[in-house]
Design a protein around this ligand. Structure first.
Ligand code: NAD
Ligand code: TYD
Length: 351
């Protein structure tokens, strides 16, 4: 059995997971791709309409917090590898409800590790547990410097603390039980299908609807943005060629201060929507800062570049234009995800 035979992807109905599922289903017709997702507020099968009837794809609705059902699924489908993306992923929500983050990100990951290890420990087949993590585990940078794979973990939000904890459990399963694993820590992603709670899709949606653009603090916070398809390509490369027991940082070499990014987004949206120069910029509103707000994230992606030959393929202007076009062309998707509970979340977060 090869790790390619039966690939379990968790969180495949989410933003990044959806792009990874599509890439794998299309690229590996001889593999079977299982997408396991609990369909929380962030999970949306509309993201995968184009591939849902492919013969090498199966969706499994399950919660990684439920260890018994994960075990039953391993028994039934005999997964040869795991690419683990399922998580609670939004910093602001982690500030309001940290417990949900410990449950899914820590306990859920531990459940998967435990079940995968027990399932694989008595055979000599080729297996891999690939854990998808974030650069936020490293904490914050000052004005200079970059996160490398050896930067000490110093998480500052409940989200990053839960992801850091899950990374440590993955590594511990490798050291203690010999579980074959690999971890990657990526910078901020953007692109089609991102839930409009994160900066770029939230602001695109608000610009479309002429609503205020709530910039936290003075807006002088820096993030390193990567187009989601380039993240999916990196994940594929690491799955295929990454060294077992290693960590890889993935980043866009693309740092933006929030306020500059928001101004660029306004400019682009003015053009796309046929609005006069400066119109969307008037929506920019400085609001109360996020507690524990990390000043700057920036990734040194030299290792994955040198060892696996990866670099971003999409420039930021190209990626941003594609993203804006996608949201403008997918009004129904945007309407569906912003109906129901979204408004309650929005009012509570931004009142
Ligand atoms: P997302 O919030 O869009 O999607 C998460 C998915 O996980 C959803 O489909 C949700 O239904 C599912 N899920 C949540 N709890 C679950 C549970 N208990 N059981 C099963 N499924 C569950 O997240 P995303 O932005 O696509 O991020 C995916 C992964 O990548 C996460 O692990 C995140 O930490 C990591 N990451 C994200 C970014 C980013 O910029 N978005 C950057 C680096 C790393
Ligand atoms: P976000 O997309 O939530 O990603 P992360 O916190 O994981 O980096 O936020 C990106 C940056 O944008 C971060 O510095 C917080 C800021 N931000 C705002 O200023 N206003 C907002 O409404 C949101 C959601 C984020």
């Amino acid at each position: 059995m090869s790790k390619f035979d039966k690939i379990l992807i968790t969180g495949g109905a989410g933003f990044i997971g959806g792009h990874v599922v599509r890439l794998f289903v299309e690229k590996y017709p001889d593999s079977h791709i299982y997408n396991l997702d609990a369909l929380t507020y962030a999970g949306n099968l509309e993201n995968l309409k184009d591939i849902e009837s492919k013969s090498n794809y199966t969706f499994l609705k399950a919660d990684i917090c439920d260890r018994n059902s994960i075990k039953d699924l391993f028994d039934k489908y005999q997964f040869s590898s795991v690419i683990h993306l399922a998580a609670e992923s939004h910093v602001d929500r982690s500030i309001t409800n940290p417990f949900a983050f410990v449950e899914t990100n820590v306990i859920g990951t531990l459940n998967l590790l435990h079940v995968a290890h027990n399932h694989w420990k008595n055979d000599d087949d080729d297996h891999l547990f690939y854990h998808i993590s974030t650069d936020e585990v490293y904490g914050t940078l000052g004005e200079t410097g970059l996160f490398t794979e050896t930067t000490a973990y110093e998480p500052n939000s409940p989200y990053s603390a839960s992801k850091a904890s899950s990374d440590h459990f993955v590594r511990a399963f490798g050291e203690t039980y010999g579980l074959p694993y690999v971890i990657s820590n990526c910078s901020n992603n953007y692109g089609p299908n991102q839930f409009p709670e994160k900066l770029i899709p939230l602001f695109i949606n608000n610009i479309i609807n002429n609503k205020p653009l709530p910039v936290y603090g003075d807006g002088n916070y820096t993030r390193d943005w990567l187009f989601v398809i380039d993240h999916a390509i990196a994940i594929d490369l690491i799955f295929e060629k990454g060294k077992v027991g290693e960590t890889y940082n993935i980043g866009g070499f693309n740092e933006w201060k929030n306020i500059d990014l928001v101004k660029l987004l306004c400019q682009e949206m003015n053009e796309k929507l046929g609005r006069s120069k400066g119109k969307s910029e008037k929506l920019i509103t400085f609001v109360k800062d996020r507690p524990g707000h990390d000043l700057r994230y920036a990734i040194d992606a030299t290792k994955i570049n040198k060892e696996l030959g990866w670099k971003p393929s999409v420039t930021f202007p190209e990626g941003l234009a594609k993203t804006i076009d996608w949201y403008l062309n997918n009004e129904t998707w945007l309407k569906h995800v912003t109906s129901g509970d979204y408004q309650k979340y929005y009012d509570k977060q931004y009142q």
